[in-house]
Design a protein around this ligand. Sequence first.
Ligand code: GLP
Length: 242
Amino acid sequence: MIKVINLENQENASYYAAIQIIKQLKTQSNSVLGLATGGTMIELYKSLNHLIHVNCIDLSDVKTFNLDEYININSNHEQSYKTYMYNNFIKQNKTFNEENFFIPNGNADDLQTEIERYEKLIKHYGYIDLQILGIGENGHIGFNEPGTAFTSKTHIVNLEASTIEANSRYFNTSEEVPNQAITMGISTILKAKKIILLAFGESKKYALRKLLDGNIEESLPASILNKHSNVEILVDNQALGI
Ligand code: GLP
């Protein structure tokens, strides 16, 4: 079941999401969190880092799995999702154990082995307790592009031209944006006990409207969330078009 909550702006919605994460961590100190990257999440990590600090949350038993990573990007590159996580979350949280930070390795010699390893690792930890998701302008979740099977596990993707274009705002030129990635699969994401999706700004209006019209189709990957039992979608006015 999907519950949509309009918090009017990104700041409020990010704070609300961070509170949900804190509640999860207070209930279960060894939670497995599914984490996301992208512009949408910047404010969320700021609020989360603050709330972890003021609530003295001990993260030493928390495991985190990131949704995705580019293929063939140096892990020290400022736009790799690994670097993003260090800059926005890991460096700020001294109690977090880096050994509990998991992200696909887009530079692995054998990518096939890498995707199988990642999927097995998530399974080993009992899948995700709380998954945070953004949404692509074309309705992708993680890097599961339109047409991806709802049954997919962690896999390699060729990014759509529109995704490369959308992500080029984080690089100097669109030629620099990697054109492949590893992503958690849709079936992997759906095994999460609870999912919180954040969508802000007018550029997400189309995907959000399609997601909320209730038709479940592989041409809009996020539409499968209609089948999950516990999803909250946090939005601002622009994403709702009001
Ligand atoms: C990216 C990521 C997604 C993210 C989405 C939106 O390509 N792979 O995980 O949710 O697209 O990104 P942004 O928040 O920057 O708009």
